[in-house]
Design a protein around this ligand. Sequence first.
Ligand SMILES: [Zn+2]
Length: 110
Amino acid sequence: MPLKTVRFETYERFLNYLTKCRDNETLNVDETPTEAADHERAHIEKAEALGYTPVYAVRIFTSDGLTPVDIFVDFPNEEPTDSHLIEICLAPENPSEGDLEIVQKLRRES
Ligand SMILES: [Zn+2]
């Protein structure tokens, strides 16, 4: 199935989207929409503090538009340095498995 990336510039729009997915029973995470959005917000706030302009992003199946396959923070305007990316990944209180994988990979490469 084809995938596309949708970006959200504000926390409110992002949370609103995740809530719609939850109501549609297609939010594929163990957390509530607010918990999922707050986790991403921790990444966003750290990135902003480091001087970047990140956005909330989801990869979705184009079929219904309400099936997020991947939830992440996107940097449409710049590429963070590896050390900044590590800080951004570790910003939430409970970094996800995916966050920790990125950190391990970056630390191996540096
Ligand atoms: Zn994360």
